[in-house]
Design a protein around this ligand. Structure first.
Ligand code: NAI
Ligand code: MG
Length: 358
């Protein structure tokens, strides 16, 4: 198992993934990392011609060390069934219970909040439970179209999944300098799920006395992210709340163009996870050369970290910092550069970093 599965996907997915592959080549050369790449065809075109046949998440885990995913979403596929099949299949069949979404402001001018005065005020990690909640697909509709129509989406929370997400969050919080973990829930309105999350959180907290803990209701957390983002270090929350809060938090550091994610099972020492930007396929940008590749490159960097390649990870992080301090940026960050120019700049910065360290 020494290779990576690359799923470019739809819309801007292939465009940003092309830049990730350029970075991968440079990282391979500079650090002597030999990780072959297999580009897999699972996207909307594949689904429209072949149907659901052929995608097997377990097979992906057996054959590859990690998955790099561009984005999935195409208006030609009803309900984006292919995206649910592929992303849902990877997350749920492979039990990738942790979704890690770091948000770090690297250059002050990319923060839209006037009252943020230093990069260090926006540096948080959201740990989102990744397999349950309303995404499980429990529920249904009766009396469709009638005035009595009922629609139900059931939020499923199991002790096993909550416990794993919470413990992963404690591990992550412990490794960060501030060692601070906030539980975000809506226990005042969710008398079933709320206590389960709180019990798991308290039980884990007793085993991590060095981690400072606190709690916020999700509505207060949404407000605090804007009012005082510096109060957040590590956040752990359920799938739906994490989905929403992480998009909000991403804006504090420059938006979806710089928001990465990692989905993994902390107990799996072979398969390291699925690494993808938070953004979708952005059909409005596809083919324009305006997509920011940095979110996908940052996701690749998270993969290097999960693969325990610290030198390569640090080099890619430094290169991204350097690029974000400069002016060669895509339009979402106020620049005029094209997708490929930003990818090339990251590659140059990695190569330059190597020369400087000689
Ligand atoms: P989106 O994330 O694709 O786009 C939202 C907005 O952000 C758009 O204005 C877009 O132009 C901008 N944006 C996104 N990525 C960008 C980038 N790299 N650089 C610059 N600007 C960027 O979300 P939207 O429009 O709601 O969904 C589009 C499609 O993507 C849908 O089919 C949706 O289901 C799918 N989707 C897929 C996801 C995934 O693959 N994990 C996640 C979210 C949406
Ligand atoms: Mg989302």
């Amino acid at each position: 198992m020494t290779s990576l599965a690359v799923l470019p996907g739809d819309g801007i997915g292939p465009e940003v993934m092309a830049e990730v592959l350029k970075v991968h080549t440079v990282v391979g050369d500079v650090f002597g990392i030999d990780l072959a790449v297999d580009v897999l065809p699972y996207d909307a075109d594949w689904y429209l011609t072949r149907g659901a046949a052929g995608f097997d998440a377990q097979e992906v885990r057996r054959r590859y060390r990690a998955v790099l995913l561009g984005a999935l979403g195409d208006p030609r596929v009803p309900d984006n069934r292919h995206a649910k099949l592929i992303i849902g299949g990877l997350r749920q069949d492979l039990d990738l219970c942790v979704n890690l979404r770091p948000v770090r402001l690297r250059t002050l001018r990319h923060c839209p909040l006037r009252h943020v005065g230093a990069e260090s005020e926006v540096d948080l990690v959201i740990v989102r439970e990744n397999t349950e909640d309303v995404y499980v697909g429990v529920g249904g509709t009766v009396r469709s179209g009638q005035p009595e129509q009922v629609a139900m989406e059931v939020g499923v929370h199991t002790r096993r999944a909550v416990d794993r997400a919470v413990r992963a969050a404690f591990e992550i919080a412990r490794a960060r300098p501030r060692r601070r973990l906030t539980l975000v829930d809506k226990s005042n309105a969710m008398p079933a799920a709320g206590p389960l999350w709180q019990q798991c959180f308290r039980a884990a907290a007793a085993e991590y006395p060095e981690v400072h803990t606190d709690h916020l209701y999700v509505d207060a957390a949404a407000m605090e992210l804007i009012r005082n983002p510096a109060r957040f270090d590590t956040v752990v929350t359920s799938n739906l709340f994490g989905d929403i809060l992480s998009d909000e938090a991403a804006q504090l550091a420059g938006g979806l163009g710089v928001a990465p994610s990692a989905s993994y099972d902390p107990a799996d020492t072979g398969f390291r996870g699925v690494f993808e930007s938070v953004h979708g396929s952005a059909p409005d940008l596809a083919g324009t050369g305006r997509a920011n590749p940095l979110a996908s490159i940052m996701s690749y960097s998270l993969m290097l970290d999960r693969m325990e390649l610290p030198a390569a990870h640090a080099a890619v992080e430094r290169a991204i910092d350097e690029v974000l301090r400069g002016d060669l940026l895509t339009p979402d960050l106020g620049g005029t550069a094209r997708t490929g120019e930003v990818g090339d700049e990251v590659c140059r910065a990695i190569a330059r970093g190597k020369e400087e360290r000689r």
